[in-house]
Design a binder for this molecule. Structure first.
Ligand code: MG
Ligand code: MG
Length: 272
């Protein structure tokens, strides 16, 4: 069942989402060759607790850490470890927070040092596909409109769209109804209503959409071991329009790059 949120609840969710946004902004300054994903995980856990929240992923379904850290061919759900990142890697960082009874959950794929042009393009197109999806989260549309938009953008660039893992409603529970697939048919599925809050999160592979899971029971890899990217935002439907609860602006500030959120979401009120 889809749980509709009041405007007051959406304000609380914005707080939870912003803690994740700021955590990712802090991490953006730390992602560099030589750092381990376990070190980044510790920094994130401290940061989240210092902001009066609890790491949303820690202990959830028995996940051992605060961040899902998925380098290169890992799609999602990678477990932090002591292996240093190296120049040319990409690292998808997915972060959750829990505060005031509500969860925040979003993700960004970072470049480590100097990354190959074709990998940069995968990241760019995946991020664009996130915004294409968000634009469809509006009055009159249905779940399938988001999936269609993401799939169309990714596949028209020659990439594979992961099928087995999807976005989701979010609220007092991290994973609520509805499931928000990154593929689909226009005009199908549940209709959007004001007060819905969803996490939209395309997982896009450079090659095949097919995936494989490691025996650790968590880590998802691309079957062909080509790189994968993952970007996620928490979005509320307010007055028939999508409103971002999370933002990448802290990441852009840290990296000294101009924000593309305004361009991707010209008509969406950004929370800055
Ligand atoms: Mg996530
Ligand atoms: Mg999520």
């Amino acid at each position: 069942m889809i749980k509709i949120k009041s405007l007051e609840e959406i304000e609380l969710m914005r707080e939870s989402a912003l803690i994740v946004s700021k955590t990712l902004g802090m991490l953006a300054r730390e992602v560099k060759p030589g750092v381990t994903t376990l070190r980044l995980d510790k920094l994130a856990e401290e940061f989240i607790r210092d902001h009066g929240a609890y790491p949303g992923f820690l202990g959830m379904y028995d996940f051992p850490n605060s961040l899902c850290m998925s380098p290169n061919e890992q799609v999602v759900h990678g477990i932090p470890n002591n292996k240093p990142l190296k120049d040319g890697d990409v690292i998808s960082i997915d972060c959750g927070s829990y505060k005031n009874d509500f969860y925040g959950d979003h993700a960004y794929t970072f470049e480590v040092g100097e990354v190959a042009e074709e990998t940069k393009k995968l990241l760019q197109v995946t991020k664009e596909s996130l915004y294409e999806g968000i634009k469809q989260f509006k009055k009159g549309n249905r779940i399938g409109d988001i999936g269609y938009a993401i799939q169309h953008h990714a596949e028209s660039n020659g990439y594979g769209v992961v099928r087995e893992l999807v976005g989701h409603g979010i609220g007092r529970v991290m994973h609520e109804d509805p499931q928000v697939a990154n593929y689909g048919k226009r005009g199908t599925g549940k209709k959007f209503k004001d007060g819905m809050v969803i996490a939209i999160e395309p997982m896009i592979n450079m090659g095949t959409h097919k995936i494989h899971q490691l025996p650790d029971g968590w880590t998802i890899l691309t079957q062909d071991r080509l790189p994968s990217a993952h970007f996620e935002h928490d979005v509320a439907l307010v007055d028939g329009k999508p409103e971002l609860l999370s933002t990448f602006k802290y990441i852009y500030e840290a990296l000294g790059i101009e924000s593309d959120e305004e361009d991707g979401l010209r008509k969406i009120p950004l929370v800055l």
